[in-house]
Design a binder for this molecule. Structure first.
Ligand SMILES: N[C@@H](CCC(=O)N[C@@H](CS)C(=O)NCC(=O)O)C(=O)O
Length: 222
């Protein structure tokens, strides 16, 4: 039985997993859930992830949440070298994945919640939170941009799981307007991923269709 991944097609976190699974050649069944209808907060879903967040992976009787952990599990299961070929590479991949969760993507999510999620709820964004997140993103992006000036990919100059994790905030930045486009090497790296990783391009279209469609249906113009 194929591994199941539960998530909404508009989710940048689901995208990190479905794109990485495709790049690693891992067979998955995607189970769509509708976050706009609160389907990650049903009693059945909360059994899988009590935080009410997606994606969630179910492999037989093993349930796992957190996209980065799911990707590492899939890589181990598939024997994929996207988790790194050597000890040094593996720890560099982990370094960027931890960095992404703690210092990077969290501020993109905060901006999404203020600028988009609240808009769907008819509430104004808290501009002090938007500014705090933008300042944090700019500070981290400056370091990332310097790294990417010398490297085509984050680790070992080839695609790894670190790229999927760190590229996650690009999923919504055309709508949330987080300040990624100020950093030319970041933009070039993102274009490189879209051009060389078919699943990264396909899942961008999926996210854009889903969120732009929901914005249009709600009559929201950004
Ligand atoms: N750190 C988590 C983040 C998961 C997350 O924020 N998921 C969002 C979609 S991108 C979600 O399910 N939100 C539903 C909600 O907040 O109710 C991961 O990497 O999987």
């Amino acid at each position: 039985m194929a591994i199941k991944i539960y998530g909404d097609p508009g989710s940048g976190s689901r995208r990190r997993v479905t794109a990485a699974a495709a790049a690693m050649g891992v067979d998955i069944d995607i189970v769509d859930i509708d976050l706009f209808k609160g389907e990650s907060h049903t009693p059945e879903f909360l059994e899988l992830n009590p935080h009410g967040l997606s994606p969630v992976m179910v492999d037989g009787d093993f349930v796992l949440y957190e996209s980065a952990a799911i990707n590492l599990y899939l890589a181990e299961k598939a024997g994929s070298d996207l988790a790194g070929r050597t000890t040094r590479e593996r720890f560099e991949v982990l370094q960027w994945m931890f960095w992404s969760g703690e210092q990077w993507r969290v501020f993109a999510t905060l901006t999404f919640d203020e600028v988009l999620a609240k808009r769907f709820m008819g509430q104004p964004a808290d501009e002090s939170i938007v500014k705090l997140a933008a300042d944090k993103i700019r500070a981290a992006a400056a370091v990332l941009d310097t790294h990417l000036a010398k490297h085509d990919y984050l680790v070992g100059d080839r695609l790894t799981l670190a790229d999927f994790d760190v590229a996650g905030p690009f999923s919504q930045n055309e709508r949330t307007k987080i300040p990624l486009n100020e950093f030319p090497n970041l933009v070039a790296w993102q274009q490189r991923l879209l051009a060389t990783v078919p699943a990264w391009a396909a899942t961008k279209r999926e996210v854009d269709d889903r969120i732009d469609g929901a914005l249009g249906a709600a009559g929201i113009k950004l």
